[in-house]
Design a binder for this molecule. Sequence first.
Ligand code: HEC
Length: 147
Amino acid sequence: MAKQKVLSVAAAAMTCLMLSGQAMAHGDVTPQGVETGDLTKLGEEWLEENPYRGKDNENYAEAVRIGDSAYNQNCARCHGLEAISGGIAPDLRELTPDYDGDEWFVYRVRNGAVRDGAVYMPKMADYLSQEALWAIRTYIESRRDEM
Ligand code: HEC
């Protein structure tokens, strides 16, 4: 790698460090890896429905706990603290906790949102595991009570 390239990569990494933790309304972010602990492992292939859904689910409490922290680290800067949208990006509690809501959720986290080359939302599934993303979905569903 040429020296200049190394320097510019280092500069970019530095910029990310400085910006992380601040509210940012664009796609230039490095999502945080998430420990998914004891949650049931799901494999590579994307499921069509939230496997941790519902208070009777043995994974529910753990999914909400992990999802809370993962959401607030990776999604809140655009979608709002505690899943309450501040208007920058849609309020994710609006997605119904069913097959249709799941389909749209999976589509967006895998594809992100890109228009005219501008990244409005990064492809979060490139950074976070399926387990972490369904945990986030479960956390968001738990927040519907306060709508
Ligand atoms: C950099 C800002 C940003 C981050 C970070 C971000 N999003 Fe988004 N997200 C958006 C924007 C903007 C839209 C609206 C895109 C559009 O409609 O074109 C969106 C749309 C969505 C939608 C579709 C919602 C709807 O009602 O249509 C889902 C689901 C979603 N995001 C999930 C997530 C999750 C989960 C995370 C964290 C893992 C996340 N997003 C992180 C900006 C972001």
